[in-house]
Design a protein around this ligand. Structure first.
Ligand code: PEP
Length: 250
């Protein structure tokens, strides 16, 4: 089945508003020869400016997280309503840094998924195992738990725009990339889990991105794998020439 490629940049806690806008200007040089969906996820502070700077490019703009309440006394949190108000259309949920550093459990994420869907945000839902879990043979068990509990209660119809990002924790920001074969094997397993959970039609159509030290010199081999539909890129998405080369993978 042909699925539209999806190339995403997670800028994490980098870039002022001005730097964010400059980066968007640099990304306009990409040819997008693979006709991919291109998404950037700046900090909350830069969302509005990045949405404005992206006008006419087709770039999707995402928040890196959102809270599950619409409004209220939740100092420092940002709601899906506020994200929508910036003009952003997407949100990353369940990034491993959110899970490990900020207490985003599967149960919390399930509430965030509900809130984001409720406000029509497209979710990029991250899953992945630690090195210890991989070495202990627990990769599939961990990911299944993340999918079953994080997406609990939603139908294939409600999740029709969902994008999954498989990001092995041991490969994020470490320079260690999963081999293309490891990525393919895990993506295939994820697709099978989703078929069981949400049906074959959903599983065949859902885009599964690989994330973890993706760079210009490994993107081609990773993207060549059948069940890899795109990449979620951290460090290398902060430099326009490098991210443009990833967008225009061969
Ligand atoms: C990420 O932050 O999602 C990520 C994959 O980071 P990096 O590409 O830097 O490993």
């Amino acid at each position: 089945m042909s699925r539209k490629p999806f190339i995403a940049g997670n800028w994490k806690m980098h870039n002022t508003v001005e730097e964010s806008v400059n980066l968007i200007e640099g990304l306009k040089a990409a040819k997008n020869k693979n006709n991919a969906d291109i998404m950037v996820a700046p900090s909350f502070t830069s969302l509005s400016a990045v949405v404005r700077a992206s006008a006419g490019t087709g770039f999707k703009v995402a928040a890196q997280d959102c809270y599950y309440e619409d409004k209220g006394a939740f100092t420092s949190q940002v709601s899906p309503v506020q994200v929508k108000g910036t003009g952003a259309t997407h949100v990353i949920l369940g990034h491993s840094e959110r899970r490990s550093l900020f207490g985003d459990t599967n149960e919390v994420l399930n509430k965030k998924v509900a809130a984001a869907l409720n406000h029509g945000l497209v979710i990029v839902f991250c899953v992945g195992e630690t090195l210890e879990q991989r070495e202990g043979g627990k990769t599939e068990e961990v990911i299944k738990d993340q999918l079953v509990n994080g997406l609990k209660g939603f139908s294939a119809e409600q999740l029709k725009d969902l994008v999954i990002a498989y990001e092995p924790v041991w490969a994020i920001g470490t320079g260690k990339t999963a081999t293309p074969e490891q990525a393919q094997d895990t993506h295939k397993a994820i697709r099978a889990m989703l078929a069981e959970q949400l049906g074959k039609e959903f599983a065949d159509g859902v885009r599964i991105l690989y994330g973890g030290s993706v760079k210009a010199d490994n993107v081609d081999a990773i993207m060549a794998k059948e069940d890899v539909d795109g990449v979620l890129v951290g460090g290398q998405s902060l430099i326009a020439e490098k991210f443009n080369r990833i967008i225009d993978y061969n």
